[in-house]
Design a protein around this ligand. Structure first.
Ligand code: GDP
Ligand code: ZN
Length: 363
């Protein structure tokens, strides 16, 4: 009975989607409320005389967006732009902060009429209704700053590893930032693991200002995402990097008051020194998206290296005899903390096999 109900519900949704596809909602107005209600069909002739550009040089960067409009950085200024309906029909994950776009003007309206291909992206899976749609929350990122605290919350290898994998999957270079250094005398011992892997590390304190200049230098001329467990000090770092940021945030929320509930969680901030940061406040855990349990080894380079010597080619390095990985752990050639983290992530990926691909992984 319950199953039948579910099916009926699904069917209804499909029908509604189809109807939407035949419809063009077109109303270029800055009144967002009016815009949301508008349902004006664009005459076909108008579409033909105004086709979407194919080859273009982007002139703006998306700061934040809702379904029908986006804030775009255009020539150093933030501008509210409408999104051409025809773009939206193609792709439900059309825009994300960091996307490079072409904005054209029609009368006084600024309209997003093209989106450049992304160089990198960080995503989490779409919600249950859009199973196979990944949800991109940051595009064209140069750096993923994995923020951890030296304590409060305690430094945990398992957490850091998940964020590092998300960076690798998205093709983004990671940096490890250990904040709250004022609370400890010495950096966490486990840091040497990441140093050995060649991951840049910066030790910071928002309280004393330690390492902030170093962090600023790493972020200069780049677009970065700060991620990490809640409470590690991501917002504090942003505020220390740019003390007037909170003011900035307020101004923007006033400008978008009408459509506030439709804005996405992430937003790009442009700071001094061409530092661009995409803040993703709603996202506590980056999902490991599109990684099979077998592929996981690849994201632990030291494990991948040892795995070549395992007796079985499909060794999971958890229980098999003659496993070179477990031997390396016993000989301390591979850190037991990283190995434990590998096993935990692998177990959670395996428990998801057969379920929605790339489901958000609980932290
Ligand atoms: P977020 O959840 O990662 O954005 O973390 P917050 O920036 O909100 O910081 C969480 C708590 O840690 C707040 O009470 C901050 O005042 C505190 N905090 C942030 N950075 C530091 C730091 O460098 N040293 C100390 N002692 N506390 C910090
Ligand atoms: Zn093995």
């Amino acid at each position: 009975m319950a199953k039948k109900k579910k099916l009926e519900k699904k069917k209804r949704k499909t029908v509604r989607t189809r109807n939407w596809e035949d419809k063009h909602e077109f109303a270029f107005t800055h009144d967002l409320v009016k815009h949301r209600r508008a349902s004006v069909k664009l005459p076909e002739a108008a579409e033909e005389s105004n086709p979407l550009p194919v080859n273009f040089e982007p002139n703006g960067v998306v700061i934040s967006h809702a379904k029908k409009w986006a804030f775009v950085e255009l020539a150093g200024e933030e501008r509210l732009c409408l999104i051409d309906e025809r773009l939206k029909e193609k792709d439900s994950t059309l825009l994300a902060p960091g996307d490079r776009v072409l904005v054209e003007f029609e009368n006084t309206d600024a309209i997003v009429r093209g989106v450049s291909e992304r160089t990198t992206k960080l995503c989490r899976p779409g919600h249950a209704d859009a199973r196979l749609n990944e949800q991109v929350f940051a595009a064209n990122i140069d750096l993923l700053v994995v923020v951890a605290a030296s304590m409060k919350p305690p430094f945990r290898v398992g957490l850091v590893d998940r964020y590092l994998i998300a960076a690798e999957v998205g093709g983004v270079k990671p940096v490890l930032c250990v904040n709250k250094m004022d609370l400890v005398d010495t950096p966490p011992e486990a840091l040497s693991l990441y140093r050995d892997l060649g991951i840049p590390i910066v030790l910071t304190s928002c309280t004393t200002g330690e390492g902030i200049d170093e962090l600023r230098a790493l972020l200069k001329n780049k677009c970065s995402v700060l991620s990490g467990h809640s409470g590690v000090g991501k917002s504090s770092l942003l505020n220390v990097l740019s003390p007037d940021l909170s003011l900035h945030t307020k101004a923007v929320s006033q400008a978008t008051q009408k459509g506030q509930h439709t804005t996405t969680a992430s937003r790009l901030y442009v700071l001094e020194d061409s530092i661009r940061i995409i803040d993703t406040p709603g996202i506590r855990a980056l999902g490991v998206w599109g990684v099979s349990p077998e592929e996981l080894t690849y994201y632990f380079p030291e494990i991948a290296e040892a795995a070549g010597e395992c007796r079985f080619r499909n060794c999971t390095h958890s229980h098999e005899p003659d496993c070179a990985v477990r031997e390396a752990v016993e000989n301390n050639a591979i850190s037991s903390a990283r190995y434990a983290s590998y096993l935990r992530i692998r177990a959670s990926l395996e428990s998801e096999t057969g379920m929605t691909p790339g489901r958000m992984m609980p932290l």
